[in-house]
Every structure is written in C-alpha cells, then in structure tokens.
Design a protein around this ligand. Structure first.
Ligand code: ATP
Ligand code: MG
Length: 446
C-alpha cells in the first residue's frame, strides 16, 4: 500500500530512526524539525499521514494538529508523546488526531498503526467512489442487434486504457455505458468519478476538476484535491463534455497529453493515472465547425467513439426493457405487474423521444397509478395510445365503418381511463349497458 508520510520531531536521533524504518515499508517519507516547517511542506504537497511529537519548541503538537486539520482535513495525524504526558495525547485525540503512541515505542508498532490508517483512508476513498456510482451501477438491458453490438464493444474497450467518447441522445443510457466500461476494466476496484460539466458553474469547474491550494483565490480557505486526483488509478467520466468552456478545453488537452494535473495555485504539476471517458448529447464535429469545441481536443477524445442508438432504432428492446422495469418497480411495491397485449403493442409503436429514461419513468408512474396488476391500454398516456387512432386525425378519407369503429374505440378508451378501468362507471359515462360495453371491449380487443 502506497503512502506519503511526514515526520515532525525535533530530536534528531529519534527522527532519523523513524524515517529510516518507515522508508523500509516502501512509503515516501519526508521529515522536518518543527511545526511551521511541517505546515510549509503540507502547503506544497499532500500527505496521507503526519506523525508529530507533542512537545516541541515554538509550535506544539496540538497547535500543529489544529492547523493540519484546517489545511488538509483528509490527512491523518499520529501524536508521539513521552511517558507522563498521556493526558496531552488524549486531548489531541479530542481535537482530531487519529492515534497516539507512547515513547519509547516499538518501531513495528508504529508501522502497524500507520498501515491501519492508510487502509482506512483507502476504504474512505472507495466509499466516496461508491457514493458516486450507487444507483448508476445497473445492468445494461437490451437484446436488439445494435445493443448486442454495443455490449461487445464495451467488453473490448474495457480491456484498454484509451480515451472513449460516448455519443447519444438524451436518455439513451450513456452513463450506464460509461459505468459498464469502468466496472468491466482492470480499474474496477479503483475510484469511478463522474463530473457533469454542464451542471457546475463556469467559475467553479476548474477547481472542481483540478483542485486548488489554500489561498489560491478568495474563498479557497482549504486545500482541495480535484476530481482528477480523486479518480487517480481509476476512471473519470466527463459528462456533457460539449459544455466544457474553451479555456478549460485547453487545460484538459494538456492533462490528456502530459498525464499531469496542476491544482490552481500549486505551481507544480502532479502525475496522475486516470482513464478518461467523455459523454455528450451534442455532435462534437458540428461544435468544432461552429468554433465552440477545439479540434485538437476532439481528436484526442474520440480515440474510441461509441454511439448509443436511440430507442426508436431498436424497438425490439422495448419489451425486454419494459419487463425489466416492471419487475424492478413492481419489486419495490411488492406486486407483480404485467402488460396487456395491446398495451405492449402501443409501447412498441411509440417513438420514445426521451428514450430509455422516458420508458423507465413511464413504467414507474404506471406501477404507482395502475389500479390492477395487469396494465391495460387505457392506463397508458394519450400520446402513446394516440398513435393507434390515426384514422381520426388522418387527412385521407377512410371507410366510414372504420372511422366509426375507431371513434367508438377511442371514446371507450377515454371512458375507461376516466373510470380507472371500472366498467360499470365507464358504461354509465358512455350511456350504454355494462353488457354492451363488455361486448365492444371484446370486439376492439381492449
Ligand atoms: N440499456 C438500459 N438498461 C437499463 N436501464 C437503462 C438502459 N439505458 C438507460 N437506462 C436507464 O435510463 C435512464 C437514463 O440513462 P442515462 O442517465 O445513462 O442516460 P444518458 O444517455 O446519460 O442521458 P442524458 O444525456 O440525458 O444524461 C437511467 O435511469 C438508466 O438507468
Ligand atoms: Mg447522462
């Protein structure tokens, strides 16, 4: 396990002994002799763990601890203290120290404590990354030929580290595709971080992506790592990349070329190892032509271009997706739903301008509102059923009997919708007997 550690100790022999021993673990160990030097070092670089003496001239360990927690809250601090000052150490624990160790101590004991803190930090980082992905790690459903092709491409692309550009209409599942690439790759156990370039105000985006040093600008009262640093070893999804402002496009290009980032105000670059995936609803080639997107960046991003087809071009997926969402939302409500044949046909004919998201939202709504577990045509919104009533809106004349039948059918559907499927009530609205309604429903396959 890698780690960057800073030792703060004024006693030379003690300091050198600890540094030597910790270096043997393969950790990067720095040292200094007093608190203010430690803060200067922390201002310049991030440390995972600081091990500090409590009794030191000028700034004591407790004051250093307070300053460290302000400057770099994620850094853990272990206090070293002599016998007889246990109370000081306990006070430090109250002020945010992670641990303390009594002098003289066994060097292996110290190593174990550092090791444990590094492990906790790794777990915390993993939690952040999981929080980022919860709800997004869903299976990609689809049995149509274009979807099978896409799933195959995802498996291939996952094996490489190349930059991927995912293009597709809104709601087609671009985020699911990005997550699938990450979780099928060798980086699956490492962070997966998503940034929505369109949702973050222009002025904050740079700091969000690259981080900043304390004091880099007004309001920067703490050093903060950016999303690229948080995604180190893992994958970053730059969503809505088409909305990245031009001045940040230059910086992103540099990150992709140099594999280095620079926190705002740092003056020094940090090396990172991040797999970059971008997603966009915009046609970036057009954006390039319009001068809104840098051509050099465009070519860097689309090393591997993936297109997620709209749902209307893979309408055979509608039935599998519907079955999946019915089970999903039905499960949440403890009910088993199914769709009547003509309701399913209506869905398959509908073009779904909002793609899979629209279908998902529709099924969620239906499972809340539908009176029975078999969902009927009249449970669907008018715009979806409406497709079937085209003779009414068609300018071309048709046979009168067809027009009458369609008018009757659509009127019955509306009555059933109004009565939430209650046939007695619907018959009353239509001014016909319940038996007559039943016969007509059978006739029109309702
Ligand atoms: N193939 C699929 N299988 C299961 N669920 C899907 C599939 N595609 C999309 N979804 C669901 O549809 C919704 C929209 O998907 P997603 O957020 O990935 O779309 P998007 O392409 O990123 O859209 P936007 O451009 O608007 O951000 C999500 O709830 C997602 O879980
Ligand atoms: Mg999206």
């Amino acid at each position: 396990m890698t780690g960057k550690i800073l030792i703060v100790e004024d006693d030379d022999i003690m300091r050198i002994t600890v540094v030597d021993h910790l270096q043997l673990q393969g950790w990067q160990v720095h040292d200094c002799t007093n608190g203010s030097a430690a803060l200067t070092a922390l201002n310049q670089q991030y440390f995972d763990v600081i091990i500090s003496d409590i009794r030191m001239p000028e700034m004591n360990g407790d004051q250093l601890l307070t300053a460290v927690k302000k400057l770099s809250p994620r850094t853990e601090v272990i206090m070293m203290t002599a016998h007889g000052s246990t109370q000081d150490a306990i006070n430090c624990l109250k002020n945010g120290a992670a641990d303390y160790i009594l002098k003289p101590f066994d060097l292996d004991d110290l190593t174990c404590r550092v090791q444990r803190l590094l492990q906790i930090q790794a777990i915390k980082a993993r939690c952040v990354s999981l929080e980022n992905t919860v709800g997004r790690r869903q299976p990609l459903i689809g049995s149509s030929a274009p979807m099978q092709k896409l799933l195959n491409l995802i498996s291939q692309v996952s094996q490489s580290d190349s930059t991927v550009l995912i293009h597709g209409e809104s709601g087609t599942g671009k985020e699911l595709v990005a997550a699938a690439i990450h979780f099928e790759s060798s980086r699956a156990e490492k962070p997966y971080i998503r940034v929505n370039c369109a949702a973050i105000p222009d002025g904050l985006l740079e700091s969000e992506l690259f981080g900043h040093e304390k004091g880099a600008f007004t309001g920067a009262d703490q050093t903060r790592p950016g999303k690229f640093e948080l995604a180190d070893q893992g994958t970053i999804l730059l969503d809505e990349i088409g909305d990245l402002p031009l001045h940040l496009q230059v910086k992103l290009l540099r990150v992709l070329q140099e594999r280095e980032i620079e926190r705002i105000g740092a003056g020094l670059p940090t090396r990172i190892d991040v797999r970059v995936i971008c997603a966009t609803t915009k046609n970036l080639a057009d954006e390039v032509k319009q001068g809104r997107f840098r051509e050099d960046l465009f070519y860097r991003l689309q090393v591997i271009p993936l297109t997620v087809p709209p749902l209307r071009e893979r309408s055979t997926d509608i039935s599998v997706l519907t079955a999946y969402f019915l089970e999903y939302f039905g499960g949440e409500r403890g009910r088993t739903f199914k769709l009547s044949g003509d309701a399913m046909q209506a869905l398959e004919r509908y073009p779904f301008p909002g793609n899979v998201r629209e279908l998902r939202n529709l099924i969620e709504r239906i499972t809340v509102l539908a009176p029975a577990t078999e969902i009927q045509l009249w449970d669907l919104p008018l715009e979806i059923r409406g497709i079937q009533e085209d003779c009414m809106t068609n300018e071309e004349p048709c046979q009168l009997s067809t027009a009458v039948a369609q008018a009757e059918r659509s009127c019955i559907l509306r009555a059933l919708e109004k009565s939430s499927g209650n046939k007695t009530l619907a018959a009353e609205i239509l001014g016909i007997s319940r038996k007559n309604l039943w016969e007509k429903m059978k006739l029109y396959a309702l």
